[in-house]
Design a protein around this ligand. Structure first.
Ligand SMILES: Nc1ncnc2c1ncn2[C@@H]1O[C@H](COP(=O)(O)OP(=O)(O)OP(=O)(O)O)[C@@H](O)[C@H]1O
Ligand SMILES: [Mg+2]
Length: 348
């Protein structure tokens, strides 16, 4: 079977099944067949860094990589670097300078998801790439990333942003640090009021000003965030995005993939691929044990794998099989898996 190239490819799946390894191998095989490829990982484990030999200061920067005779660009997401790029591109320097935004854009500061999507959109817009391959965090966490765009939209739709924007101007012109807070007291819900009052007590009025400033600045940069929304549609589209749901033959993993797909069915379109990793079939075929009990073990392993494949073929439209690579070296895994991907790619 063949597999056509689309603008985006997403690798998702539960923990440790081989998402990062297979996404890297896929990106390399696409590059070897003549595509301009960007490989992005939003996986906080940063395994890609080791796989591609990226140095510490390359984190957050688009870095050219040469591996297996192929050239591609790789990017390990760093929210702080993305904020810097957004501030530059949209000429909103305050975005990178506000203390609250700085805190929110720390790796676990809460803006990680939306910034990843904004980054993917910014990179796609450069026109430098034929394919952007995305390696996502394990399990349902990848949905947090994809759904972040919808969340930001409802954030910008809410009137309170306008209120904060207005209050920020008032605060600045009145030159009184608590002025904003007094007004807020009148217009916002008691829950938020309590929170702001509490924050003022523990952090001082200055923090409140920073907070109002942050909401304003994010609002000023809304075009950058909202543009990312068009990305969401592209990722859901069967003509623009290939979805690879990765699983492995290891115990329980296939069931996890089935559950993950049903959890994400509003996102993953119908033409997705199930990638069954670490198949033992080839290894088993080449193994001819003389001992009867080993021969029977071989037979039962083969039967088990055959049953699993049959079961998966009944519930997934296409199943792509990848062998277990018997080696301790991740670079050998990549090398063999890159070759395997080529058997699924139409050669140009
Ligand atoms: N086909 C394979 N044969 C042998 N080893 C493999 C294969 N695919 C992946 N591995 C190995 O399995 C381990 C986990 O792979 P990887 O990090 O790609 O999984 P992951 O799904 O990205 O994990 P995480 O959920 O932690 O992000 C790595 O050591 C990798 O080298
Ligand atoms: Mg990974």
């Amino acid at each position: 079977m063949t597999l056509s190239t689309k603008s985006f490819e997403i690798f998702c799946g539960t923990g440790g099944v081989g998402k990062t390894t297979l996404a890297t191998a896929r990106a390399l095989s696409l590059s070897q067949s003549g595509n301009r490829v960007l490989l992005i990982t939003i996986d906080p484990a940063k395994r890609l860094k080791d796989l591609l030999g990226l140095q510490g200061d390359a984190v957050g920067e688009v870095t050219p990589v040469e591996l297996e005779g192929a050239k591609l660009d790789a990017l390990l997401m760093s929210p702080e670097k993305t904020i810097g790029r957004m501030a530059k591109k949209y000429q909103t320097p305050d975005l990178a300078n506000n203390r609250i935004v700085q805190i929110l854009s720390k790796p676990y500061g809460g803006m990680n998801e939306i910034l990843s999507m904004v980054e993917v959109q910014m990179q796609f817009e450069t026109g430098l790439y034929d394919v952007v391959v995305l390696d996502t965090p394990p399990g349902a966490h990848f949905l947090d990333f994809l759904e972040s765009l919808g969340k930001i939209k409802s954030f910008f739709d809410q009137n309170f942003v306008e209120i904060f924007s207005y209050l920020g101007q008032k605060t600045a012109s009145a030159g009184k640090k608590v002025f904003g807070l007094n007004l807020i007291n009148r217009v916002i819900s008691s829950g938020v009021r309590k929170l702001l009052g509490y924050l003022q007590n523990v952090t001082g009025a200055e923090f409140i000003d920073d907070f109002i400033g942050a909401v304003q600045i994010i609002y000023q940069s809304r075009d950058a965030f909202l543009k990312g929304l068009s990305l969401q549609d592209k990722l859901k589209s069967r003509t623009e995005c290939n979805w690879f749901l990765v699983t492995s033959v290891e115990q329980g993993k296939a069931q996890e993939a089935i559950e993950l797909r049903s959890h994400a069915s509003h996102f993953i379109h119908q033409d997705h691929f199930l990638v069954l990793n670490k198949c033992l079939e080839l290894e088993l075929q080449g193994w001819e044990p003389a001992e009867p009990h080993l021969a029977s073990l071989k037979g039962s392993l083969e039967d088990k794998e055959q049953m699993l494949k049959k079961q998966l073929q009944e519930v997934f439209p296409v199943v792509l099989e990848f062998p277990e690579i018997i080696s301790l070296s991740p670079s050998e895994h990549i090398q063999h898996l890159t070759e395997k991907w080529k058997s699924y790619v139409p050669q140009s």
